[in-house]
Write a protein that binds this ligand. Structure first.
Ligand SMILES: [Zn+2]
Length: 286
């Protein structure tokens, strides 16, 4: 079944290594129809490393997937974890769940609390429920002193308002940034970091490229959100960290910056935001 990945399209390697700031290795395995085991993770990261993607943050969306992410990060030097419960999954979340999340969040390979936020596209949970649990995740990020990685879908105004009301953690990242130029300016002014996904390469997403054009590289990250949001021209097939170079090339073009310089900036952002002392498995010492 691993051959699925070797059939993936050719990707021109990056000259300056970067990392995938937001991916779901468990869901990526599931989509490929294989077990999310150590062999899958090692093979996926080896494929990514071969094109200059030297590390990845695998992100939890439930207590169970957060626990999986921490285990994988503990076993693989080039994998880091983020832990949280996704806004569409917060129904029934208990105090005990938060206790479990906090102890996971304190693990040395956990570099963020996320993904947490608001998602008004789906109605599995009410906006009130989502807002209550978003506030609890903000408090958790502050309690453990780690960055907050935000999921914001169709909820820009409420996400920004709750961050203001609650007091944002020192480091805030908008995963798969989906706002327009005006929102990007507001985030940049607040010092928030914008993580761009394959959406920046989509023909029907000019507002995302306009947002990238007003975001300084020191506040940029790049991510796959694999297995979702596969970059152009491969939309429709499963995404994987090895397709990240397609997205960062589209991002560099949208932002009007040199590709190598953007890669170096993104790698440095990994050090500043997540404490990545160097990108493991690469020769690029920061
Ligand atoms: Zn995600």
């Amino acid at each position: 079944m691993m051959q699925l990945w070797s059939e993936d399209p050719h990707v021109e390697p990056l000259r300056v290594p970067v990392f995938d700031a937001h991916t779901h290795l468990d869901a990526t395995a599931q989509k490929a129809g294989v077990a999310p085991d150590a062999a899958f993770v090692a093979a996926t990261m080896a494929d990514a490393r071969a094109v200059g993607v030297a590390a990845a943050i695998t992100v939890g969306d439930s207590v169970a997937s957060s626990r999986w992410c921490v285990q994988v990060a503990a076993q693989h030097q080039d994998v880091y974890a983020a832990v949280a419960v996704h806004p569409t999954e917060v129904d029934g979340l208990t105090d005990d769940d938060y206790t479990a999340l906090e102890s996971l969040a304190r693990h040395e390979k956990v570099v963020a609390v996320g993904e947490s936020g608001l998602d008004y596209h789906w109605d599995r949970t009410t906006p009130e429920q989502q807002q209550d649990h978003f506030r609890r995740h903000i408090a958790l990020a502050k309690a453990v002193g780690k960055p907050l990685m935000i999921h914001d879908r169709d909820a820009h105004a409420d996400v920004l308002r709750i961050l203001r009301e609650q007091g944002a953690p020192d480091r805030v990242i908008f995963h798969s940034f989906s706002g327009d130029e005006a929102m990007a300016r507001e985030c940049v002014t607040a010092g928030y970091v914008l993580s761009f996904s394959g959406v920046v390469s989509f023909k029907n997403a000019p507002h995302t490229r306009e947002a990238a054009a007003v975001t300084p590289p020191e506040l940029m990250l790049v991510e796959t959100d694999a297995p979702f949001l596969t970059p152009h021209p491969h939309r429709g097939r499963p995404n994987s960290p090895r397709l990240l170079p397609l997205t960062i090339r589209a991002l560099a073009q949208a932002a009007g910056v040199d590709l190598d310089a953007l890669c170096a900036a993104v790698a440095e952002n990994g050090v500043r935001l997540f404490g990545m002392s160097a990108l493991p498995g690469s020769s690029h010492q920061l």
